[in-house]
Design a protein around this ligand. Structure first.
Ligand code: ZN
Length: 184
């Protein structure tokens, strides 16, 4: 298994509307394993294929987003070609983060609950419902497959604050990396 590079915003790939997955083969299983390794490495509760530069309607959700008390080895939920079947009219605002904006958290308003229909790694259809954090994770990751990121969903002021913080963080990361390189 390989830890993939998570593309930080504003990589143009994050603006892509991903293509449907058509073959449910060994190649797909390998991609899913690499994505799982990557999401665990970054401590994510969800990740979309577009975030690692793959043009596929594929995302992963950590079981803890649906059940806080789930077993440590509970499998990730593999969601392929998702369609939103239903979402609640009731909405709530809560803090949200994104692996493409490390260490940036913003308040985002989303529906309380959502139900989707999707395919699993074998191509079989299933439905899953998420509430609160589960709904938030599902909708955040589906947004990624449509080229939408969390800062698109907030006010102009919130957006510019979040982007400033993100730019600062990214610069610091580059500086830390260069320092490390010089020491090596
Ligand atoms: Zn994200």
């Amino acid at each position: 298994m390989t830890v993939l590079t998570v593309l930080p915003y504003p990589n143009p790939f994050l603006r892509r509307k991903a293509a449907p997955v058509e073959s449910f083969d060994q190649g797909l299983k390998k991609i899913i394993l690499d994505m799982e390794e990557t999401m665990a490495d970054r401590d994510g509760i969800g990740m979309a294929a577009t975030q690692v530069g793959l043009d596929m309607r594929l995302l992963l959700l950590a079981p803890v987003a649906f059940d806080r008390d789930c077993a440590a080895d509970a499998p990730n939920i593999v969601v392929i070609n998702p369609e939103i079947v239903w979402q609640s009219e009731e909405r709530n605002s809560s803090e949200e983060g994104c692996l493409s904006f490390p260490s940036v958290y913003i308040m985002v308003e989303r529906p309380d609950a959502v139900r989707i229909r999707a395919q699993d790694a074998t191509g079989a259809f299933f439905e899953i419902e998420g509430e609160q954090l589960g709904a938030r994770a599902i909708l955040h990751e589906i947004d990624h497959l449509n080229g939408v990121v969390m800062v698109d969903l907030v006010s102009h002021l919130q957006r510019s604050r979040a982007l400033k913080k993100h730019q600062r963080n990214q610069k610091e990361l580059v500086r830390a990396h260069q320092k490390k390189k010089r020491r090596e």
